[in-house]
Design a protein around this ligand. Structure first.
Ligand SMILES: [Zn+2]
Length: 198
């Protein structure tokens, strides 16, 4: 198999062509590779889907980093499909150093949440409504407000830039808000239902 792959380096925040030092398991299935970032020389461990091409040579695609830090943390299946896609894309942009796009995608995911839960089209108005309804509490409201502002910095031509640190925080806030509103709320409701029927 070819001896290099493109993978996102979390230390360099950029997509790199990394030399593959070794493969583990080269069946027609998931295989794991150990590679080295050409820039910072740190190890990158990942997974790829391995298959045979038309000339019967081993090939692979869908290479993704698993360590250090998985390229994308698992986004719960309880979160609606479109928002889940936005969050995953935001994570991809972040790990490739495209910070403003990452913030804009998080804002879009938040917009979807607000539309579904409050029916409002305006983020600001919808957030206030979600707080009044008790769907989000004071702290999540503050995080969502920060996210909204960062989204605006990313989306509009301004002197301010979305920094790496801010983009990372915004992705974390977004996942926390979605986990709270969808995943944990659903879990809690199931728990209460189970208690009631016991
Ligand atoms: Zn690197």
């Amino acid at each position: 198999m070819a001896s290099s792959t493109t993978v996102d380096c979390p230390q360099c925040y950029v997509r790199v062509k990394a030399e593959i030092k070794s493969w583990i398991g080269d069946a027609e299935d998931d295989a794991y590779f150990l590679s080295e970032c050409p820039s910072c020389k740190k190890p990158l461990f990942g997974r790829a889907f391995v298959y045979r091409d038309e000339h019967n040579n081993w090939e692979w695609n869908h290479a993704e980093r698993l360590w250090p830090i998985p390229a994308s943390t698992e986004v719960s299946a309880a979160i609606p499909e479109a928002a889940r896609r936005d969050i995953k894309d935001a994570q991809k942009c972040l790990s490739r150093g495209i910070y403003s796009a990452s913030a804009v995608l998080c804002g879009r995911a938040l917009e979807r949440l607000i539309k579904e839960k409050s029916g409002a089209n305006m983020i600001g108005k919808g957030l206030a409504e979600l707080k009044t309804k008790g769907i989000i509490d004071e702290r999540l409201f503050a995080w969502a407000e920060a996210l909204r502002k960062e989204r605006n910095i990313g989306a509009h031509a301004s002197d301010e830039d979305t920094t790496k640190e801010n983009a990372q925080d915004i992705v974390d806030f977004t996942i926390a808000i979605f986990d709270y509103v969808y995943t944990l709320t659903e879990k809690y409701e199931k728990y209460i239902a189970r208690k009631a029927s016991a």
